[in-house]
Design a protein around this ligand. Structure first.
Ligand code: BGC
Length: 371
């Protein structure tokens, strides 16, 4: 079976021969991969900055944004059947009895750090023809979402960010209480930093949650991403022509900043213009090594205290978040089908994986297809 793998010891990336998996337990499901998305994390792993092969292997099969179709189920599987579309979750729990999050099915909050992540950390990923996994880690996707369901995993980043936001803002019990039917965020403003897939999907999620939403990103307007963002009613503002202070002037009180760029400099510049009672959500993972960034820490600290601000980081996603992503992707497809489809800018055969992973990043979301 073919697979796309990285070998950090030999510093190689490419298509390899990989063993075909078999069902060995009654709770397991076999599925054939349909598509796998490529993201910044995959590209970092291919620069040997991040990620690790499973114990006993020199290589790691890449891929954590998967979509597959079930081909076989173990005798104990109750929720999935042959032909179902599935999106697999990424993280697998650690084994420590003391790790309460992992024991509670929330390995995205693992306390030991000994979790594994498919295609990233010590567990082979989805860039291969067939996969076997446990039923509990698979999310069934409605057939009408088949052509965009590969976007589910990146959307979970925004969904978990929103979930964290709702938890934090329970402190503002009176918030947006007048017209709740307009969405929990309808009386607030959100700025999404970055117009990659995580940013654009985030902008859609914030818009659906009712926020007046803005995307702040580098490229000058008009450009394909600004046009895409504005096609679903979100204002795009370029950091080339508008400073963070000017952005804050335009927007008014910035209630939420959702960071989706993975670089500290612009993120901390924006943190300085976060509004009263605001929440800053970090989702990006800066690569290393990077030059140190100078920030006005006194100003940030003063603002955080005097304006009741919260900065929160969020990584990975549990089942509830995947379920929320399935629901929201369905809503996006009802409201903005062309914009959602336009996020997938390239579908490629396995043979092109190497250049996609190592070459200059192009388009919005590139996908490998196995059909
Ligand atoms: C993945 C997450 C993962 C994180 C850190 C991201 O690209 O989407 O599932 O937890 O990388 O490894």
């Amino acid at each position: 079976m073919k697979a796309v793998a990285v070998n950090p010891g030999k510093r190689t990336v490419g298509v390899i021969d990989h063993h075909a998996p078999k069902l060995s337990k009654s709770n397991e499901v076999k599925f054939r991969m349909i598509e796998v998305g490529i993201c910044g994390t995959d590209r970092e792993i291919c620069c040997f900055d991040y990620g690790a092969p499973p114990h006993g292997f020199e290589h790691l099969v890449l891929g954590h944004e998967g979509l597959g179709v079930v081909t076989e189920t173990g005798a104990g599987v109750t929720t999935l059947k042959k032909g179902d579309l599935v999106v697999p979750m990424v993280r697998r729990p650690c084994t420590s009895p003391q790790c309460q999050p992992c024991r509670a099915g929330r390995s995205d909050f693992c306390t030991t750090g000994n979790f594994t992540e498919r295609g990233i950390k010590e567990y082979h990923g989805f860039m291969t023809e067939e996969i076997v996994d446990e039923e509990q880690f698979l999310c069934r996707v409605p057939p009408e979402l088949r052509d965009v369901a590969v976007l589910m995993e990146p959307l979970t980043v925004a969904e978990k960010g929103l979930d964290q936001l709702w938890h934090i803002q329970q402190r503002l019990a009176w918030d947006c209480a007048v017209e709740p039917s307009k969405g929990r965020g309808h009386c607030h403003k959100a700025v999404v930093l970055g117009a990659g897939p995580i940013g654009i999907l985030g902008a859609m999620a914030f818009k659906v949650a009712g926020f007046e939403t803005f995307v702040y990103s580098r490229s000058k307007t008009p450009n394909p991403k600004s046009e895409l963002v504005e096609s679903f009613g979100v204002k795009y503002i370029s950091s080339e022509t508008t400073t963070p202070a000017e952005l804050a002037e335009m927007v008014g009180n910035i209630d939420v900043i959702y960071e989706a760029v993975g670089t500290a400099k612009i993120s901390f510049e924006l943190l300085q213009v976060l509004g009263q009672n605001g929440v800053f959500i970090f989702t990006g993972i800066p690569g290393f090594p990077k030059p140190h960034v100078m920030v006005d820490a006194e100003l940030i600290m003063r603002n955080m205290v005097l304006k009741n601000q919260v900065a929160v980081g969020t990584v990975n996603a549990g089942r509830v978040t995947f379920e929320a992503a399935i629901k929201d992707l369905g809503i996006f497809m009802q409201r903005w089908p062309d914009a959602v489809r336009a996020l997938i800018t390239g579908r490629h055969k396995l043979e092109h994986a190497r250049e996609l992973l190592l070459g200059k990043a192009t388009g919005i979301k590139n996908v490998l297809t196995f059909d």
